[in-house]
Design a protein around this ligand. Structure first.
Ligand SMILES: NC(=O)C1=CN([C@@H]2O[C@H](COP(=O)(O)OP(=O)(O)OC[C@H]3O[C@@H](n4cnc5c(N)ncnc54)[C@H](O)[C@@H]3O)[C@@H](O)[C@H]2O)C=CC1
Ligand SMILES: O=C(O)CCC(=O)C(=O)O
Length: 411
């Protein structure tokens, strides 16, 4: 099932649970604005290369639209649309004053030089600069992008609008980035996992973890889980997979991945076929890479008791049904990975205030938001007798629907 069909199916299920008016349901589903731009750049060898860039602005009832920009060969309009919609529900679940958006460029960032990436980012920004803004739509990093990408967007945007650090988040600290943003999605995953395990009388330190993806989110989640005594027994990325039943040395693995552009060749464990990673025997499975990886093909073979969705939409609705029958507990993306956008919000607030928080304050505020988020999701599960995904969707939808009606926008 494609990403948009899957997200819309979850949306409709939640709308039904809430008894949402059908006209309101329709207006919440349709994106506010979809942008598609051609980005042509000279390559380092002098030839021209053309790419297609997207920004989907899904909803702004609760505030400026917010969401990352992804550089990946599989970026397509349907996927960006689904990711933008998820951002709307995610910011509402996190209870931060934003709507949702997402962007992306169909490209393979690993095959472009740094100067080609810079030119591509600047051309993309030139094409969308009048449609984003501090109080309109605030991009951030996602797969294949990083603080340097945000610095280029900030600089290009500022040429048109004056110096505007709050137009992007996830920036380098030297340009007004927030302490703790780099680790925030992984740290949020840690806090979310702690809250969930506590419900079942368990803790991080008595669980074995398997993680798919070892980029920003996966590596920070692994590092922090490890620091809290959790044993990470297998990890994969685009280059390969490695396991060690005694527990991988995460700090060494991070160093290896940085030096070798991936985990392949790590000597502290046994290499294996990444295709079997998701079905490895473990307590907690953390998908932290691509969407749609848990589907009807592999759901029956999953052996984890808990799935923490660090990636966006890693689980297809068909897999959701199979896993639910098997008794697997899934902590959904729109709550589990909301630590990133929550600290992006703190960054935006700091930029607007012209004041910098220390890292301890960022991390402790994040813990409060994640703990409260879990409590509210559980309350929705109780009042609608539903699973955690529907608990999170009904929580998010309800908040967006209330803001929409209050603003007099209902159809
Ligand atoms: N960066 C952030 O703050 C947030 C990211 N996310 C989501 O988390 C996921 C990961 O994002 P980032 O860590 O930022 O991206 P990243 O670009 O830093 O890392 C992506 C990782 O996935 C790996 N990967 C790619 N294809 C793979 C495959 N077929 N099998 C296994 N691994 C594969 C890459 O090798 C890399 O290790 C995405 O779904 C993203 O949307 C969600 C919330 C916030
Ligand atoms: O930090 C942000 O604004 C957005 C992060 C993001 O793209 C996501 O949560 O999927």
């Amino acid at each position: 099932m494609n990403a948009l069909a899957a997200t819309s199916r979850n949306f409709k299920k939640a709308a039904k649970l809430l008894g949402l008016d059908t006209k309101l349901e329709k207006s919440l589903l349709i994106p506010f604005r979809e942008i598609k731009v051609e980005c042509t750049i000279p390559k380092d060898d002098g030839t021209l290369a053309s790419f297609v860039g997207f920004r989907v602005q899904h909803d702004n009832a609760r505030g400026p639209m917010k969401g990352g920009i992804r550089y990946h060969p599989e970026v397509d309009p349907d996927e960006v649309n689904a990711l933008a919609q998820l951002m709307t529900w995610k910011t509402a679940v996190a209870n931060i004053p934003y709507g949702g958006a997402k962007g992306g460029i169909g490209c393979a960032p690993g095959e472009l030089s740094v100067s080609e990436l810079e030119r591509l980012t600047r051309v993309f920004t030139q094409k969308i600069h009048d449609l984003i803004g501090v109080h309109i739509d605030v991009p951030a990093p996602d797969m294949g992008t990083n603080p340097q990408t945000m610095a280029w967007i900030l600089d290009e945007y500022s040429k048109f609008h004056g110096y505007s650090p709050a137009v992007v988040t996830g920036k380098p600290i030297d340009l007004g980035g927030s302490l703790g943003r780099d680790a925030a999605t992984g740290r949020g995953v840690l806090f979310a996992t702690q809250a969930l395990l506590e419900e079942y009388g368990k803790s991080i330190s008595d669980q074995q973890f398997v993680i798919q993806g070892f980029g920003n989110v996966g590596s920070w989640a692994a590092k922090l889980i490890n620091e809290f005594g959790g044993k990470v027994i297998a990890v994969s990325d685009a280059s390969g997979a490695v396991k060690n039943l005694k527990g991988l040395d995460i700090d060494k693995l991070i160093r290896h991945a940085l030096e070798n552009r991936g985990i392949k060749g790590f000597s502290g464990g046994e290499a294996f076929d990444p295709k079997s990673l998701l079905t490895e025997d473990c307590d907690v499975l953390i998908p932290a890479a691509l969407g749609g990886v848990i589907n009807r093909e592999n759901a029956n073979d999953i052996r984890a008791k808990f799935i923490i969705e660090a990636a966006n939409h890693p689980t297809d609705p068909e897999a959701d049904e199979i896993l639910s029958k098997k008794g697997v507990i899934i902590l959904p993306d729109i709550f589990a990975n909301s630590g990133g956008v929550t600290v992006s919000y703190f960054e935006w607030v700091q930029n607007i205030q012209g004041f910098m928080w220390d890292e301890e304050k960022v991390n402790s505020e994040l813990k409060t938001y994640m703990t409260n988020g879990f409590k509210y999701v559980k309350e929705m599960c109780k009042s609608h007798s539903c699973d955690l995904r529907m608990g999170a969707f009904t929580l998010g939808l309800n908040r967006v629907a209330r803001a929409t009606v209050l603003r007099g926008w209902e159809a």
